[in-house]
Design a protein around this ligand. Sequence first.
Ligand code: TGC
Ligand code: FAD
Length: 445
Amino acid sequence: MTNDPTPVTPTAFPFSVAEGVAPREREPAPYQGVPGPGFVNWRVRFPMFDFLQVSELLTAEEREIGRAARKFLEAECLPHINRWWENAEFPTHLIRKFGEMGFLGPTIPTEYGGLGASAASYGLVAYELERIDSGLRSFCSVQSSLVMYPIYAFGSEEQKREYLPKLATGEYVGCFGLTESDGGSDPDGNMKTRARRDGDFYRLSGSKMWITNGNLAQIAVIWAKDDEGVVRGFIVPTDTPGFKANKIQHKISLRASVTSELVLEDVRVPASAMLPGVQGLKGPLSCLTQARYGIAWGALGALEAVYTEALEYAKSRTTFGSSIASRQLVQEKLVRMASDHTKGLLLAWRLAQLKDAGKLKPAQVSLGKRDNVRAALNGARAAREILGGSGITLEYHSIRHMLNLETVDTYEGTHDIHTLILGREFTGENALGESPKKEAVGSRG
Ligand code: TGC
Ligand code: FAD
């Protein structure tokens, strides 16, 4: 790993706004050097920003997984992502390739089709995906952490053998239905979806809102309350009669991702579809811990993307006789981005160590998700500002990242919910409030 001081050649943008025509798709210009100090050259087109050389703390295998992911995503996704985002299109043709690259369930053991990779490897995959677009990372987060993880951690051996290999290759896409329309922050208090026992079957009724991959999925992991009012997870094939997915339109964030409402009208599944290994809210919350961990890494990928774009732009943009990079106000913004990225990477790396050691606590993950996502969002807003008027167009990437990160700041627990989780952890006082008293569904007839 060497730092090469050769000046950077500006990236070729996917299309020119001035042309006023549909995006022209081109290969980005070959990478000529590193944008400046703090970039570590992984011998790919763009080097990773890594000011404190955290990559030296990674194993050779972890670095190789990150390097391969970056090379693949640079070639297959970066030249097209602004068009996909503008057209609200998810690249379904890449799902199988994501499987081949090991992006789907990388930490799942090899006997079930995963890579058996470390937590840092999973984090680096999330980082590289989100460096291109939060929607691509979302797709893989849901598949890996919210669908494969619960089947692996709480499923029967039969469920694991039936679903995990297909999910790892991308033959099957999964989605995760926890949130309902009455308030996602309090999934227990607001859960109206019911699973009523009917002999050897369950009948599921209710609806789920804001479900990533909903219209792409062959299976849905649905969280519902049973006759005793206890939260249980069910693997529901989406072609089961009574199951319907409605795509949510007009999103101004995470446009290169499919988000859906799920409607379940008396959906009948065998009792063997229930995840036997967990009950209560800790089932879905354990999945969220996995996904939030990945987001703590992923957000830094987006932060690197906007920092690099703003830095290159600032160096090449001249006002009042010199580059805007020479101005103190611009430098302050760039330094804040670089500083937040550096601290965030150390935080993410430490979470990975704790995770592999089996010592990671949910509140520690809340810190990583909360702080790294907000740092990335603030960085994207600052990058957009440095880009001036050009920054509001899809000729550049920062505004897309900024709009995406508004969602990332909200899903998987809003910024404020994570503040309150941490407040509860540090003070011992619960400022979240109490969910309404749980009642047995069966008693209502
Ligand atoms: P609380 O009393 O705190 O806990 C209930 C039980 O769960 C356990 N637990 C956890 N276990 C694992 N991981 C966690 N993060 C956990 N948090 C809590 C806890 O120990 C307890 O276990 P037990 O054995 O004692 O029963 O429950 P609460 O009702 O007070 O929870 C409050 C709160 C705020 C923590 C929780 O409701 C919450 O996290 N709300 C936010 C909801 C959320 O994040 N939803 C995300 C939906 S999925 C999504 O957004 C996907 S986006 C995907 C993408 O595209 O990337
Ligand atoms: P609410 O819970 O209604 O919160 C509204 C506001 O009130 C927020 O600012 C919140 O911070 C604040 N608030 C709430 N409670 C408190 C409190 N006690 N104290 C102070 N402030 C509070 N869910 C899934 O299950 N699966 C998915 O795949 C999925 N994908 C998503 C994809 C997208 C694009 C989006 C936007 C959401 C997705 N979600 C998914 C849902 C997401 O997790 C929820 O939007 C999120 O948990 C917040 O819930 P809510 O939108 O209902 O907001």
